[in-house]
Design a protein. Structure first.
Length: 364
């Protein structure tokens, strides 16, 4: 398979489990899921990723899952096998086995748990590449850049430590399911927003989210998160036929997306003051005095009488807007002030969120 053949929609495949004490893999449901994705027109199949919970599976279970997917696909689309493990030796073993079984490409996440230097990561991938003859996909590195990639590795390690060692020590909430959905959505949204605002991610679907944001920066971040999660929820619901879980899952992710948008662009949003006055220079001087903000004077005319007017524009915070309003009205009681909310302001004095910054933009 040529790397130029890697294109289109390549969904991560969920690993369905049986409801038994051993939590065995439900291979029949897995085959149904593969057929459903193929019927939807996907361009590839990606088993054993984060959504496939590969980190919780044994080597034998991974073999069986990959065998089922490859057999069901029957060459209709390429199969991208997730073979990343904690150690280099284990990754090589899994990668060679995936190649032997007929996988078309490998998706290898960086080793987790222990932080690795840049050279160690390089040596890790070189060692794996020398042992296999099919393409290795380094998710997000090329598209989003090294800085984002390294931050995400740190975040994934911390997330793994928290979920594996700290979370089991906390009490399990046994109360109302709806209340848990609402509170979990709020807390999860705050956590995701803080991670995204620092140009990082927790891996898995976050990589897809950040990749879409990098390619389509005009899309609201929370909306992308909700759309990606909704696709997973609906696919999961189609397999397990649990309507209640689908509804609660949609509610949870809707709350998460709303909180993300509010955290990233709502609380930190800026204001735009549009002041129509007879003395623009005096208004600008007051703005500089009380808020230490720059402003711009535009020339306008009254629509009714045709008198010349100065239109002063100033981007500021909510607190500064209050100070500007009272200061300008003190020198010109007849001025007309329009206050507008702006989600983003680019320029000196305002923080710019660098979400999904690409490698090319980092090098400039």
């Amino acid at each position: 398979m040529k790397t130029s053949d890697i294109k289109g929609i390549i969904p991560p495949v969920i690993t369905p489990m049986n409801n038994d004490d051993e939590q065995t893999v439900n291979h029949e449901a897995l085959r149904q899921q593969v057929e459903r994705l193929l019927a939807g027109g996907v361009h590839g199949m990606f088993p054993l990723g984060t959504n496939g919970e590969a980190y919780a599976l044994s080597f034998k279970e991974k073999e069986e899952i990959l065998a089922t997917v490859i057999d069901q696909v029957k060459g209709r689309v390429p199969v991208y096998a997730g073979t990343g493990c904690i150690t280099t030796a284990e990754t090589i073993r899994m990668s060679k086995r995936a190649e032997e079984m007929g996988a078309d490409a490998l998706s290898i996440i960086t080793p987790s748990f222990a932080l690795a230097s840049q050279k160690e990561l390089y040596d890790h991938y070189v060692a794996v590449a020398k042992q296999v003859n099919i393409p290795i996909i380094l998710c997000t590195y090329k598209l989003l850049g090294r800085s984002f990639f390294i931050r995400s590795v740190y975040c994934m390690v911390l997330f793994a430590i928290f979920t594996d060692y700290l979370l089991p020590l906390m009490p399990v909430y046994q109360g109302d399911r709806l209340l848990a959905t609402i509170c979990g959505g709020v807390v999860g949204g705050i956590g995701d927003a803080l991670i995204y605002m620092n140009n990082s991610s927790t891996g898995g679907l976050d990589f897809i989210t950040m990749g879409i944001k990098a390619r389509h920066p005009h899309l609201p971040f929370g909306n992308i998160t909700f759309a990606a999660a909704l696709a997973v929820i609906l696919l999961n619901g189609a397999v397990f036929q649990d309507v209640d879980s689908i509804i609660y899952g949609i509610m949870f992710n809707f709350i998460v997306s709303a909180v993300i948008n509010k955290m990233m662009f709502g609380f930190s949003s800026s204001m735009l003051a549009m002041i129509v006055t007879d003395d623009g220079k005096a208004a600008c001087a007051e703005i500089d005095r009380v808020a230490d903000r720059g402003s711009t004077i535009l020339q306008g005319h009254g629509g009714y009488g045709g008198q010349p007017k100065d239109v002063v524009l100033c981007a500021c915070s909510n607190k500064q807007l209050y100070e500007i309003e009272h200061a300008v009205q003190a020198i010109d009681p007849g001025c007309f002030i329009i206050m507008l909310q702006s989600n983003e302001v680019h320029g000196e004095g305002f923080r710019q969120l660098e979400l999904g910054k690409s490698e090319s933009s980092e090098s400039k």
